[in-house]
Write a new protein. Structure first.
Length: 92
């Protein structure tokens, strides 16, 4: 069976390039050079950045409400899993 949507003229043959041609091509390209000590300079600049200050704010009431309201469905899911495992085990 042939693919009726594939046109023979659209197919291309794979092309290969020799190592000598590739070396010549790459020899003509100017690559950017990394300056000496670049990594150390970048790390020093990172070390000089100010560190974020941890906040010592008290937990707000709505944060506790969000924690509890998220914990209730999680508890029910856990109980449903335990019940289903118990149900399957008791059926034999």
């Amino acid at each position: 069976m042939t693919d009726k949507y594939r046109r023979p003229e659209a197919q291309t043959t794979p092309q290969t390039i020799s190592e000598n041609d590739l070396d010549e091509l790459l020899g003509n390209v100017d690559f950017a050079e990394v300056p000496e000590g670049f990594t150390q300079q970048v790390m020093q600049e990172i070390d000089q950045l100010p560190t974020p200050v941890a906040t010592d704010q008290k937990t707000q009431w709505w944060q506790w409400a969000a924690l509890i309201s998220g914990g209730i469905p999680a508890l029910f899911q856990l109980l449903a899993f335990i019940f289903s495992a118990w149900n399957v085990a008791s059926l034999g």
